[in-house]
Design a protein around this ligand. Structure first.
Ligand code: AMP
Length: 395
């Protein structure tokens, strides 16, 4: 049991906000991380999105700030614009009774509104590294009064090549501060940062063995690569879904699949890094509001998205990085809603699938779509014969 929020030592305005949000009990990461953060400890939180990690760092940080001074005392650094928007929304929701000012800074959009928000005095800044550094270089930001530094999804920031920017930003903050580092994986590169950026951190692991949410049922659909498209449409036609997030490895695939799905009756939007910020915002807002039932996205664009009520995730490819599997299927079944995740798997992806299963420590159930006309009998076993595994991708 995780007890109640009031037992964690949270203040009345925050408890009131949580009641408005309808949160009844803390999630494991919240129960474990909030008390030490309130006591001022640095922490390394091993938790993927969907575990409630944003509230785990936002609530105690807001409590520490207490009321607005117009000086930036909390900085949350995140890898993508979409995640920045989401983290800012969380800060606003939880801090709704505290009157704190929050500035949201990310690239790809005009500077003026962001500079205005900074000039008005921001108690909290939520930012992606590139835009933050741009604004700092233009002397629009001061970080010398930061008391709480939050580094969210550090594994992804490293994957995206932000190590230098992130290191620079950490060094722009005062040495005397509290640092909260969150990452879905805690490998050597993460610990290396923690060694110099954190002080005597407590490690909190909320990944609980296999890292997929228990509320997600997930299956692998073996199929030859040239029939993936047909199988995807057949799955969409057969499945009763509210909303589906389709993941692709490349932007090109995302665009092609969007065109295919557009030719069906489903309303579809696309999210990837080559789309303009306004297109991305429109796609996401449309998906959240139900205007689009299907969202086709690449990992980078979709990582960390919190879209409530996604009933299904379909992986058009087995992801190259096994952790991405966990992130992808973590989009559904969030915070105890039920979800289903399907992965289309062609024989040339066997090594990727084996890596995922190694990470999860279990075999994912193979399924066959009864009504689908397979050109070749799908490979229902758990490992491929060598001839199949070495077969070249047929695309
Ligand atoms: P996160 O992992 O921070 O992206 O949170 C995942 C989702 O869980 C978000 O939609 C949160 O609003 C929701 N959430 C976070 N904490 C709780 C909680 N204690 N009870 C219910 N929902 C929560």
């Amino acid at each position: 049991m995780n007890g109640s929020f009031s037992e964690l030592g949270l203040s009345a305005p925050l408890l009131q906000a949580l009641e408005t949000c309808g949160y009844k009990t803390p999630t494991p990461i919240q129960a474990q991380a909030i008390p030490p953060i309130l006591q001022g400890h640095d922490i390394i939180g091993a938790a993927q999105t969907g575990t409630g990690k944003t509230a785990a760092f936002a609530l105690p940080s807001l409590q520490r700030l207490e009321k607005s001074t117009g000086i930036t005392r909390c900085l949350a650094l995140v890898p993508t614009r979409e995640l920045a928007i989401q983290v800012e929304e969380n800060f606003k929701r939880y801090g709704q009774h505290a009157g704190l000012r929050i500035a949201l800074l990310y690239g790809g959009v005009d500077y003026n509104a962001q500079i205005r928000a900074l000039r008005e005095g921001a108690d909290v800044i939520v930012a992606t590294p590139g835009r933050l550094l741009d604004l700092w270089q233009r002397h629009d930001i001061r970080l010398d009064k930061v008391e709480v530094l939050i580094l969210d999804e550090v594994d992804r920031m490293l994957d995206m090549g932000f190590i230098e920017d992130v290191s620079r930003i950490i060094n722009l903050c005062p040495r005397e501060r509290q640092t909260l580092l969150f990452s879905a994986t805690v490998e050597k590169s993460i610990l290396n940062i923690a060694k110099w950026a954190l002080r005597d951190p407590q490690i909190i692991d909320a990944r609980s063995g296999a890292t997929t949410a228990e509320t997600v049922e997930h299956y692998v659909y073996p199929v030859e690569s040239y029939q993936k498209y047909d199988l995807l449409l057949a799955l969409l036609a057969e499945t009763h879904f509210k909303s589906v997030l389709v993941f692709t490895r490349t932007k090109r695939d995302a665009d092609r699949i969007t065109e295919w799905v557009e030719s069906t009756t489903h309303r579809v939007a696309t999210l990837h890094a080559d789309r303009s910020q306004s297109e991305r915002t429109e796609a996401l807002a449309g998906f959240k509001s139900g205007k689009y039932q299907v969202l086709v996205a690449t990992d980078v664009a979709a990582r960390g998205l919190d879209v409530r009520g996604i009933s299904h995730v379909i992986n058009y490819n087995v992801p190259d990085h096994p952790e991405d599997y966990v992130h992808r299927i973590g989009r559904t079944g969030r915070a105890s809603e039920e979800g289903k995740a399907f992965t289309l798997f062609s024989p040339d992806e066997i090594l990727y699938l084996q890596a995922v299963e190694r990470l999860l420590g279990k075999t994912i159930e193979r399924r066959r779509l009864g009504s689908f006309k397979y050109r070749f009998e799908p490979m229902m076993g758990n490992s491929a014969p060598t001839s199949l595994s070495t077969r070249r991708r047929n695309r």
